[in-house]
Design a protein around this ligand. Structure first.
Ligand code: NDP
Length: 315
């Protein structure tokens, strides 16, 4: 049978390019888990994906009710789950004030980390039940985890501190909207959320890899300077960023190339090692990358896991 993969945020950018790359192999059925049904439908169509290769299902990661609803709907569809890709994200670098999810968590960490945390925790059961030979759970990371790159050191740097803001619920009322308890900074909130993504992947690996055989992985696909992720940025930035990445940092990758990379992490028989953060070198060969000190801190990973469980209502 075909493999069955859920990809969050498959309506644009990396998620869409990955869906397209997998659909073209004819070996995958893609469940596009998206907040905007029509946008996803148009995107799939304009990417030339054949109808029999995908299903669109509604998922708004900024609402835990919606996450639970998605899981119910998915189970009712009786499709198997062989691979889950947590890809969707918001990035709000110019926001002066925090905005919040339905449950009142700061939007970047609430969507990118907490929404995916609940989704992945619930769907672990479905992955376990699959009879697919190589089951995988992938959480898309970012360069903030690379200490061996310039871009990973551009301020404001990610820093989860002692997690006091997360502990307090990130609601900006009785706690800060930032994980470390500091003043709101949209760019930092995004980077913090990506560190949580990478910590979560490793904690999943430690807790569940041996028992389930599931491969847990993360990746940095390269700088895809053209995606919607930068839609909230100032216009000058949006004009200059792609050529800057292309000609100055040379970190630029096209959406197509990045999609092929994530598709490899989904399906390539040589990328089955669990607990790995994949990156690609200049000749587009994959390698196991090192994470920054904070993004590989096992004690912090456990704490983020425990607090997140409480915030999403699992503990
Ligand atoms: P895009 O903005 O193009 O895609 C993000 C996707 O997430 C969109 O489909 C968007 O939906 C979806 N999304 C946002 N909020 C929600 C929500 N509440 N519920 C459901 N879906 C939501 O950005 P990219 O493709 O660049 O980003 C994809 C991933 O790649 C992210 O995890 C990002 O951190 C990572 N990444 C990107 C890099 C880059 O250079 N672009 C570099 C490194 C990592 P909609 O279409 O409705 O807006």
């Amino acid at each position: 049978r075909k493999g069955s993969v859920v990809i969050t945020g498959a309506s644009s950018g990396l998620g869409l390019a990955t869906a397209k790359a997998l659909a073209e192999t004819g070996k995958w059925h893609i469940i596009m888990a998206c907040r905007d049904y029509l946008k996803a439908a148009r995107a799939a169509k304009s990417a030339g994906m054949a109808k029999e290769n995908y299903t669109i299902m509604h998922l708004d990661l900024a609402s835990l009710d919606s996450v639970r609803q998605f899981v119910d709907n998915f189970r009712r569809s009786q499709m198997p789950l062989d691979v889950l890709v947590c890809n969707a994200a918001v990035y709000l670098p110019t926001a002066k004030e925090p905005t919040f999810t339905a449950e009142g968590f700061e939007l970047s960490v609430g969507t990118n980390h907490l929404g995916h945390f609940l989704l992945a925790r619930l769907l672990l059961e479905d992955l376990k039940n699959s009879d697919y030979p190589s089951k995988r759970l992938i959480i898309v990371g970012s360069i903030t985890g690379n200490t061996n790159t310039l871009a990973g050191n551009v301020p404001p740097k990610a820093n989860l501190g002692d997690l006091r803001g997360l502990q307090g619920g990130l609601n900006g009322l009785n706690s800060s909207a930032m994980i470390d308890g500091g003043d709101f900074d949209g760019a930092k909130a995004y980077k913090d959320s990506k560190v949580c993504n990478m910590l979560t992947m490793q904690e999943f690996h430690r807790r569940y890899h041996e028992e389930t055989g599931i491969t847990f992985s993360s990746l940095y696909p390269g700088c895809i300077a053209t995606t919607g992720l930068f839609r909230e940025h100032i216009p000058l930035f949006r004009t200059l960023f792609p050529p800057f990445q292309k000609y100055i940092t040379k970190g630029f990758v096209s959406e197509d190339e990045a999609g092929k990379r994530l598709a490899q992490v989904v399906s390539d028989p040589s990328l089955t090692k669990s607990g790995v953060y994949w990156s690609w070198n200049k000749t587009s060969a994959s390698f196991e990358n090192q994470l920054s000190q904070e993004a590989s801190d096992a004690e912090k990973a456990r704490k983020v896991w425990d607090i997140s469980e409480k915030l999403v209502g699992l503990a």
